[in-house]
Design a protein around this ligand. Structure first.
Ligand code: IPE
Ligand code: IPE
Ligand code: MG
Length: 243
Protein backbone atom coordinates (compact mmCIF):
# COMPACT_ATOMS: atom_id res chain seq x y z
CA UNK A 1 0.00 0.00 0.00
CA UNK A 2 1.34 3.48 -0.79
CA UNK A 3 1.99 5.57 2.31
CA UNK A 4 1.33 8.87 0.56
CA UNK A 5 -1.03 9.47 -2.36
CA UNK A 6 -1.23 12.90 -4.00
CA UNK A 7 -4.06 13.80 -6.36
CA UNK A 8 -4.59 16.53 -8.95
CA UNK A 9 -8.37 16.74 -8.88
CA UNK A 10 -9.11 17.98 -12.39
CA UNK A 11 -12.10 18.07 -14.71
CA UNK A 12 -14.91 19.55 -12.61
CA UNK A 13 -15.70 22.23 -15.19
CA UNK A 14 -15.67 19.95 -18.22
CA UNK A 15 -17.77 17.38 -16.41
CA UNK A 16 -20.43 20.01 -15.71
CA UNK A 17 -20.28 21.48 -19.21
CA UNK A 18 -20.71 18.05 -20.77
CA UNK A 19 -24.08 17.94 -19.06
CA UNK A 20 -25.04 21.48 -19.97
CA UNK A 21 -24.44 22.72 -16.41
CA UNK A 22 -22.45 25.57 -14.88
CA UNK A 23 -18.84 24.94 -13.85
CA UNK A 24 -19.84 25.61 -10.23
CA UNK A 25 -22.07 22.54 -10.34
CA UNK A 26 -19.02 20.48 -11.22
CA UNK A 27 -17.10 21.90 -8.28
CA UNK A 28 -19.95 21.10 -5.90
CA UNK A 29 -20.06 17.51 -7.14
CA UNK A 30 -16.29 17.33 -6.79
CA UNK A 31 -16.72 17.77 -3.04
CA UNK A 32 -18.58 14.44 -2.89
CA UNK A 33 -15.62 12.77 -4.56
CA UNK A 34 -13.25 14.33 -2.00
CA UNK A 35 -15.39 12.83 0.75
CA UNK A 36 -15.48 9.37 -0.87
CA UNK A 37 -11.78 9.23 -1.69
CA UNK A 38 -10.77 10.40 1.80
CA UNK A 39 -12.92 7.64 3.25
CA UNK A 40 -11.40 5.10 0.84
CA UNK A 41 -7.86 6.18 1.73
CA UNK A 42 -8.70 5.83 5.41
CA UNK A 43 -10.19 2.35 4.87
CA UNK A 44 -7.12 1.26 2.90
CA UNK A 45 -4.77 2.46 5.62
CA UNK A 46 -3.11 5.14 3.47
CA UNK A 47 -1.52 7.56 5.90
CA UNK A 48 -1.18 10.71 3.76
CA UNK A 49 -3.59 12.04 1.16
CA UNK A 50 -2.64 15.36 -0.44
CA UNK A 51 -5.21 17.01 -2.70
CA UNK A 52 -4.57 19.84 -5.16
CA UNK A 53 -7.56 21.99 -4.34
CA UNK A 54 -6.71 25.46 -5.67
CA UNK A 55 -3.49 26.45 -7.40
CA UNK A 56 -1.62 29.76 -7.43
CA UNK A 57 -2.49 29.89 -11.13
CA UNK A 58 -6.20 29.43 -10.33
CA UNK A 59 -6.22 32.99 -8.91
CA UNK A 60 -6.29 34.00 -12.59
CA UNK A 61 -9.76 32.50 -13.09
CA UNK A 62 -12.84 34.75 -13.34
CA UNK A 63 -13.50 36.45 -10.01
CA UNK A 64 -16.91 34.86 -9.72
CA UNK A 65 -15.47 31.34 -9.96
CA UNK A 66 -12.65 32.16 -7.49
CA UNK A 67 -15.19 33.48 -4.97
CA UNK A 68 -17.43 30.49 -5.48
CA UNK A 69 -14.51 28.12 -4.89
CA UNK A 70 -13.32 29.89 -1.72
CA UNK A 71 -16.82 29.72 -0.24
CA UNK A 72 -17.29 26.12 -1.33
CA UNK A 73 -13.96 25.01 0.15
CA UNK A 74 -14.59 26.49 3.59
CA UNK A 75 -18.27 25.65 3.82
CA UNK A 76 -17.80 22.02 2.82
CA UNK A 77 -14.87 21.65 5.21
CA UNK A 78 -16.89 23.07 8.08
CA UNK A 79 -19.76 20.77 7.22
CA UNK A 80 -17.44 17.76 7.23
CA UNK A 81 -15.36 18.70 10.28
CA UNK A 82 -17.45 16.69 12.79
CA UNK A 83 -17.08 13.59 10.61
CA UNK A 84 -13.37 14.23 10.11
CA UNK A 85 -12.95 14.42 13.90
CA UNK A 86 -14.99 11.24 14.40
CA UNK A 87 -12.81 9.40 11.89
CA UNK A 88 -9.56 10.78 13.28
CA UNK A 89 -8.70 12.56 10.03
CA UNK A 90 -6.07 15.22 10.58
CA UNK A 91 -6.61 18.14 8.23
CA UNK A 92 -3.70 20.27 7.05
CA UNK A 93 -3.46 23.11 4.56
CA UNK A 94 -0.43 24.04 2.49
CA UNK A 95 -0.12 27.09 0.26
CA UNK A 96 0.24 30.85 0.23
CA UNK A 97 -2.35 31.79 2.86
CA UNK A 98 -1.54 35.48 2.46
CA UNK A 99 -3.46 35.46 -0.81
CA UNK A 100 -6.48 33.66 0.64
CA UNK A 101 -9.28 36.05 1.71
CA UNK A 102 -9.35 36.63 5.45
CA UNK A 103 -12.74 34.96 6.04
CA UNK A 104 -11.56 31.78 4.35
CA UNK A 105 -8.16 31.80 6.04
CA UNK A 106 -9.70 32.12 9.48
CA UNK A 107 -12.22 29.36 8.91
CA UNK A 108 -9.59 27.05 7.41
CA UNK A 109 -7.36 27.65 10.42
CA UNK A 110 -10.23 26.68 12.71
CA UNK A 111 -10.91 23.40 10.85
CA UNK A 112 -7.21 22.55 10.98
CA UNK A 113 -7.11 23.24 14.74
CA UNK A 114 -10.33 21.28 15.37
CA UNK A 115 -8.89 18.13 13.72
CA UNK A 116 -5.32 18.49 15.01
CA UNK A 117 -5.66 15.61 17.47
CA UNK A 118 -6.58 13.12 14.72
CA UNK A 119 -4.31 10.09 14.47
CA UNK A 120 -5.73 8.60 11.25
CA UNK A 121 -5.17 9.75 7.69
CA UNK A 122 -3.45 13.12 7.26
CA UNK A 123 -5.54 14.99 4.69
CA UNK A 124 -3.55 17.88 3.25
CA UNK A 125 -5.31 20.39 1.03
CA UNK A 126 -3.08 22.41 -1.26
CA UNK A 127 -4.82 25.78 -1.47
CA UNK A 128 -3.28 28.80 -3.17
CA UNK A 129 -0.42 26.39 -3.71
CA UNK A 130 2.18 26.03 -6.39
CA UNK A 131 5.39 24.13 -6.20
CA UNK A 132 7.50 27.02 -7.45
CA UNK A 133 6.01 29.31 -4.80
CA UNK A 134 6.87 26.67 -2.21
CA UNK A 135 10.45 26.23 -3.46
CA UNK A 136 11.06 30.00 -3.60
CA UNK A 137 9.76 30.23 -0.06
CA UNK A 138 12.07 27.43 1.05
CA UNK A 139 15.03 29.25 -0.56
CA UNK A 140 14.18 32.36 1.44
CA UNK A 141 13.96 30.43 4.69
CA UNK A 142 17.28 28.69 4.12
CA UNK A 143 19.01 31.85 2.88
CA UNK A 144 17.95 33.78 5.97
CA UNK A 145 19.32 31.01 8.20
CA UNK A 146 22.64 31.18 6.40
CA UNK A 147 22.66 35.00 6.46
CA UNK A 148 22.07 35.04 10.21
CA UNK A 149 24.80 32.47 10.82
CA UNK A 150 22.43 29.72 12.06
CA UNK A 151 23.36 27.48 9.14
CA UNK A 152 26.33 27.05 6.84
CA UNK A 153 25.86 26.98 3.06
CA UNK A 154 27.72 23.67 2.89
CA UNK A 155 25.19 22.12 5.26
CA UNK A 156 22.35 22.61 2.78
CA UNK A 157 21.42 19.13 1.61
CA UNK A 158 18.32 17.40 0.27
CA UNK A 159 16.96 16.84 3.76
CA UNK A 160 17.35 20.54 4.59
CA UNK A 161 15.46 21.53 1.43
CA UNK A 162 12.68 18.99 2.12
CA UNK A 163 12.38 20.29 5.66
CA UNK A 164 11.94 23.86 4.43
CA UNK A 165 9.01 22.92 2.16
CA UNK A 166 5.36 23.12 3.21
CA UNK A 167 5.26 19.31 3.26
CA UNK A 168 8.05 19.09 5.87
CA UNK A 169 7.81 15.88 7.86
CA UNK A 170 5.73 14.00 5.30
CA UNK A 171 7.17 11.21 3.18
CA UNK A 172 7.26 11.98 -0.55
CA UNK A 173 4.19 10.80 -2.48
CA UNK A 174 4.50 7.20 -3.64
CA UNK A 175 1.72 7.75 -6.14
CA UNK A 176 0.43 10.82 -7.95
CA UNK A 177 -2.96 10.54 -9.63
CA UNK A 178 -4.36 13.13 -12.05
CA UNK A 179 -7.96 12.94 -13.20
CA UNK A 180 -9.45 14.83 -16.14
CA UNK A 181 -7.38 13.50 -19.03
CA UNK A 182 -4.47 15.97 -19.14
CA UNK A 183 -0.94 14.59 -18.89
CA UNK A 184 0.85 17.31 -16.94
CA UNK A 185 1.72 18.16 -13.35
CA UNK A 186 0.64 21.84 -13.29
CA UNK A 187 3.15 23.10 -10.71
CA UNK A 188 2.25 20.48 -8.09
CA UNK A 189 4.78 19.04 -5.61
CA UNK A 190 7.61 19.15 -8.15
CA UNK A 191 10.37 18.44 -5.64
CA UNK A 192 8.39 15.78 -3.80
CA UNK A 193 7.33 13.75 -6.87
CA UNK A 194 10.91 13.20 -8.06
CA UNK A 195 10.39 9.42 -7.83
CA UNK A 196 6.62 9.09 -7.52
CA UNK A 197 4.67 6.72 -9.73
CA UNK A 198 2.29 8.71 -11.96
CA UNK A 199 -1.20 7.55 -12.92
CA UNK A 200 -3.33 9.61 -15.31
CA UNK A 201 -6.99 8.86 -15.85
CA UNK A 202 -9.41 10.38 -18.36
CA UNK A 203 -12.20 10.31 -15.78
CA UNK A 204 -13.33 13.73 -14.60
CA UNK A 205 -12.97 14.32 -10.86
CA UNK A 206 -16.73 14.31 -10.03
CA UNK A 207 -17.09 10.89 -11.69
CA UNK A 208 -13.94 9.40 -10.12
CA UNK A 209 -15.05 6.58 -7.82
CA UNK A 210 -13.63 4.49 -5.02
CA UNK A 211 -13.18 1.70 -7.58
CA UNK A 212 -11.18 4.03 -9.83
CA UNK A 213 -9.04 4.93 -6.83
CA UNK A 214 -8.49 1.25 -6.00
CA UNK A 215 -7.63 0.60 -9.66
CA UNK A 216 -5.01 3.38 -9.60
CA UNK A 217 -3.49 1.81 -6.50
CA UNK A 218 -3.47 -1.60 -8.15
CA UNK A 219 -1.64 -0.07 -11.10
CA UNK A 220 0.89 1.41 -8.68
CA UNK A 221 1.32 -1.95 -6.97
CA UNK A 222 2.06 -3.59 -10.31
CA UNK A 223 4.98 -1.27 -11.02
CA UNK A 224 8.58 -1.95 -10.19
CA UNK A 225 10.19 1.07 -8.48
CA UNK A 226 13.82 0.87 -9.46
CA UNK A 227 15.24 4.22 -8.28
CA UNK A 228 17.96 4.02 -10.89
CA UNK A 229 18.94 0.44 -10.11
CA UNK A 230 18.41 -2.55 -12.40
CA UNK A 231 15.35 -4.76 -12.22
CA UNK A 232 17.60 -7.67 -11.19
CA UNK A 233 18.97 -5.71 -8.23
CA UNK A 234 15.46 -4.89 -7.05
CA UNK A 235 14.38 -8.53 -7.37
CA UNK A 236 17.34 -9.85 -5.41
CA UNK A 237 16.81 -7.20 -2.70
CA UNK A 238 13.16 -8.23 -2.46
CA UNK A 239 13.99 -11.93 -2.14
CA UNK A 240 16.67 -11.31 0.50
CA UNK A 241 14.37 -9.23 2.70
CA UNK A 242 10.73 -10.17 2.03
CA UNK A 243 8.36 -7.78 3.84
C1 IPE B 1 -10.42 21.21 -11.06
O1 IPE B 1 -11.39 21.28 -12.05
C2 IPE B 1 -10.74 22.08 -9.89
C3 IPE B 1 -9.91 23.29 -9.79
C4 IPE B 1 -8.89 23.57 -10.54
C5 IPE B 1 -10.27 24.26 -8.77
P1 IPE B 1 -11.35 22.41 -13.17
O2 IPE B 1 -12.14 23.57 -12.70
O3 IPE B 1 -9.97 22.72 -13.56
O4 IPE B 1 -12.11 21.68 -14.33
P2 IPE B 1 -11.75 21.70 -15.89
O5 IPE B 1 -10.30 21.31 -16.01
O6 IPE B 1 -11.98 23.10 -16.35
O7 IPE B 1 -12.65 20.71 -16.50
C1 IPE C 1 -4.70 21.97 -11.50
O1 IPE C 1 -5.82 22.02 -12.31
C2 IPE C 1 -5.01 22.63 -10.20
C3 IPE C 1 -5.98 21.93 -9.36
C4 IPE C 1 -6.47 20.75 -9.60
C5 IPE C 1 -6.38 22.63 -8.17
P1 IPE C 1 -5.95 23.13 -13.44
O2 IPE C 1 -7.21 22.84 -14.18
O3 IPE C 1 -5.86 24.49 -12.87
O4 IPE C 1 -4.67 22.84 -14.32
P2 IPE C 1 -4.24 23.36 -15.76
O5 IPE C 1 -4.20 24.84 -15.68
O6 IPE C 1 -5.26 22.88 -16.73
O7 IPE C 1 -2.91 22.74 -15.98
MG1 MG D 1 -8.71 21.95 -14.96
Amino acid sequence: MPRHVAIIMDGNGRWARKQGQQRSWGHRNGVTTVHDITEAADDLGIKYLTLYTFSTENWNRPEEEVNMLMHLIVSSLEEQTPELIRKGVQLRVIGDMERVPKFARERLTRCVADTAAGTGVVLTLAISYSSRWEIVNACRVIASRVASGRMRAEDIDEAAVSAALATAGMPDPDLLIRTGGDIRVSNYLLWQIAYSELVFTPKYWPEFTRDDFTAAIAEYQGRQRRYGKTGEQIESEASSNPS
